[in-house]
Design a binder for this molecule. Structure first.
Ligand SMILES: [Zn+2]
Length: 102
C-alpha cells in the first residue's frame, strides 16, 4: 500500500478566494487486480474531491478545482498569508533612472 500527499487548489467562483486542501491518498489493489484509492483528510476517509468544495471564506459551494501543483505555477493567484513587511531601508537619494540603449 502506498500513500501520497496531494495538495489540491480550489478557487471560489463567488468571491474568487483561492485555497489549497491537503489530502492523503492511499493506493492499493483490490482482490481483482484493480487499483483503488482512498482519500483521507486528517485521517478521515472522504470522497475524492471534486469541484463543488465549500469555500472557507464565503461558505458557498461554487468552487473550481485545479490540478495538483497548479498554484506553484501560478503563485500570483494565492493571496499572501501576511503582507510583506515594509522595507526599512531609507531612501537616501533618488535612484537615477538607467537609460538602456535600444
Ligand atoms: Zn467564496
Amino acid at each position: 500500500m502506498e500513500e501520497e500527499i496531494r495538495s489540491l487548489p480550489f478557487e471560489c467562483q463567488e468571491c474568487w478566494y483561492v485555497w489549497e486542501e491537503e489530502y492523503h491518498v492511499r493506493h492499493f489493489d483490490d482482490r481483482h487486480g484493480n487499483e483503488r484509492e482512498i482519500w483521507l483528510r486528517s485521517g478521515v476517509p472522504v470522497p475524492p474531491p471534486s469541484s463543488g468544495a465549500i469555500c472557507p471564506k464565503c461558505g458557498c459551494q461554487h468552487a473550481t478545482m485545479f490540478p495538483a501543483g497548479y498554484l506553484s505555477r501560478h503563485p500570483e493567484l494565492m493571496s499572501p498569508a501576511e503582507p510583506a513587511p515594509p522595507d526599512a531601508t531609507p531612501l537616501l537619494s533618488p535612484v537615477q533612472r538607467r537609460v538602456y540603449p535600444l
